[in-house]
Design a protein around this ligand. Structure first.
Ligand SMILES: [Fe+2]
Length: 221
């Protein structure tokens, strides 16, 4: 429920062929449904819902042509910035999946001052916010994560974090989340074939196996 498979919309796949290759691999390792989430960020990726829908349609047509029995939907990975706060303030419709879930990420260094306000406002509007990869933020602690969770933010851990792709401290935090059972969703955050290699190795990892045994909301999608 977190990947970057829509051609040229962000730093994920560069063309549909690359996406199709990855989707074949997803199918081969057992995935049957993908919710891909292009970045929406006012500085780098100013993707609009129409562009996302259009690119998704092209990709779905190719998946059908290739006869890959996998379903694909798209939403977005929203970056928490002023532009997003404006959209929320104007009650603009946000891209969701499942039960009104919206996936969002933040600045990697400092906790954004709008974080609590954002969570409160979107919940008030009937959305369920999911914080993408909490383990990757420099400002994140177990206490902070618990507080955000208590305020209604769901937590999505990246599978590559569990396997140590980013760094040891990120891996350690991801494992702590799993041990505490504070994982609502697992996501691949797949951008390219490097990530796919890790997804293939994941089932042999003890912590990954512990994570898939949690009552993840992935199973409800
Ligand atoms: Fe992502």
């Amino acid at each position: 429920m977190h990947s970057h498979l829509l051609s040229a919309l962000d730093d994920g796949v560069r063309n549909h062929e690359e996406a199709i290759d990855l989707i074949h691999s997803f199918y081969d390792i057992g995935y049957r449904k993908l919710i891909t989430t292009p970045h929406i960020n006012s500085d780098y990726y100013r993707n609009e819902p129409d562009t996302i829908r259009h690119t998704l349609k092209e990709l779905k047509d190719l998946v059908a042509k290739e006869n890959i029995p996998i379903s694909i939907e798209a939403a977005a990975e929203y970056y928490l910035d002023e532009e997003l706060m404006k959209k929320v303030g104007a009650r603009e419709h946000l891209l969701t999946f499942g039960q009104s879930y919206i996936l969002f990420e933040t600045n990697f260094l400092n906790e954004p001052y709008q974080l609590q306000d954002f969570i409160f406002q979107v919940i008030t509007q009937g959305y369920k916010p999911i914080l993408a990869h909490p383990e990757r933020y420099g400002y994140m602690t177990m206490e902070k994560a618990e507080e955000l969770h208590d305020r209604g933010a769901l937590l999505q851990i990246n599978i590559p974090s569990i396997l140590g792709y980013y760094s040891r401290p990120i891996q350690r935090l991801a494992i702590k989340f799993i041990e505490q059972g504070w994982v609502d969703f697992l996501g691949s955050d797949c951008h390219n074939h490097h990530y796919m290699q890790l997804l293939k190795e994941a089932p042999r990892d003890r912590n990954f196996r512990k994570a898939v045994d949690l009552p993840l909301l992935n199973y409800t999608l």
